[in-house]
Design a protein around this ligand. Structure first.
Ligand code: NDP
Length: 324
């Protein structure tokens, strides 16, 4: 055990709706939870606008405000919420070891993983070139749309996120091109109708991005129509990517059973992973529902599962599989 090692009963990694709900339940169960908030305190909801579908908020609530309320509630009930990023784990035996910010070691009797998911990128070199320092490529319309007020922009993706962000951008920007690789949108019918009926949104179907153009900042993009095999240049100043997410589970690889996309496998109907004492909740283990309310629900389950586990299992060395 290193000098800085600290022993905790219940360690929660991640601070979205799942993590905070786990913290609320664990604190009320007197498990003295310690939470590390991660790179994006509050999680993905901090980069959304209005949340209209979380029960209890009849008039909707802004995502960041909602997460501030979650945090306040968890803190008031006694959760110890800290800024810091879990950078490595050793889950080979109990108690578990988690390294925070590459320096601090936490020894935990139980671990609740609530690390969520992060935006995916196209992976073309010109995207990489403009991704940082306000170059003009972004994965968050709500965060960065403001910078393109009155300008022309493009957004890639045909799912609900892309449609939602295209609608958001259409209110700010002069023109929004949606670049959709198939000949149809994947989004829900309601979202499809919304973008189709917005006059300043133009949907480019069967289209892919060949290159994003510009010197220091984006000033255009070459889009290929894969049906006609022809290219078109868009004169845009902003380029948004909304093509889905990747679960933040890399530090658990080798210990926790993950599916082919990296989502944590849990025993159906529970938040138990293949390692007894390690539980997973929220988007890190959910590629189907991915809603704030479902994440919060699984956060509650994780805390209850951890509480029962601690009551039944004394801390001992060695790990038995959960049989996933
Ligand atoms: P989705 O996975 O649903 O959609 C991703 C979109 O990006 C698809 O159109 C996909 O195309 C496209 N795509 C993926 N990779 C690439 C690529 N490399 N190049 C070009 N296009 C690509 O992700 P979302 O983030 O939109 O949604 C995630 C989940 O969250 C969904 O279940 C959604 O319903 C939900 N959601 C709900 C909202 C709400 O209820 N208000 C709001 C936002 C999201 P293809 O169709 O060809 O695979």
């Amino acid at each position: 055990m290193s000098e800085q090692a600290e022993h905790v009963e219940c360690l929660i990694i991640g601070s979205g709706p799942a993590g905070f709900t786990a913290a609320i339940y664990a604190a009320r169960a007197d498990m003295k939870p310690v939470m590390y908030e991660g790179l994006q305190p509050g999680g993905q909801l901090t980069i959304t606008t209005e949340v209209e579908n979380y029960p209890g908020f009849p008039h909707g609530i802004e995502g960041p405000e909602m997460m501030t309320l979650f945090k306040e509630q968890a803190t008031r009930l006694g959760a110890d919420i800290r800024f810091g990023l879990a950078t490595a784990t050793d889950l080979s035996k109990r108690p578990f070891r988690v390294t925070v910010d590459e320096t601090k070691e936490i020894i935990a009797d139980t671990v609740i993983i609530a690390t969520g998911a992060s935006a995916k990128w196209l992976g073309i070199p010109s995207e990489e070139k403009f991704k940082s320092n306000g170059g003009g490529v972004s994965a968050c319309a709500v965060c960065d749309g403001f910078f393109y007020r009155g300008k022309e922009v493009a957004i890639v993706g045909g799912g609900d996120t892309a449609c939602e962000e295209a609608s958001y951008l259409a209110k700010i920007c002069k023109k929004v091109y949606m670049i959709v690789r198939k000949d149809h949108l994947r989004a829900s019918k309601a979202m499809q109708h919304r973008v189709e009926n917005t006059p300043n949104i133009e949907i480019l179907y069967t289209s892919t991005t060949k290159e994003i153009l510009g010197d220091q900042v984006v000033d255009g993009a070459i889009i290929t129509n894969t049906e006609t095999n022809s290219d078109r240049k868009l004169d845009i100043q902003g380029f948004f990517v909304a093509i889905g997410h990747t679960p933040n589970t890399t530090i658990f690889k080798g210990f926790i059973d993950l599916d082919e996309q990296g989502y944590i496998k849990t025993i159906p109907g529970t938040t138990r992973t293949n390692i007894p004492g390690v539980f997973a909740c929220g988007d890190a283990q959910d590629k189907v529902y991915r809603q704030a309310v479902t994440a919060a629900g699984t956060g509650c389950m994780a805390a209850l599962d951890a509480e029962r586990f601690l009551a039944e299992q004394p801390v001992e060395e060695g790990v038995q599989g959960n049989g996933l």
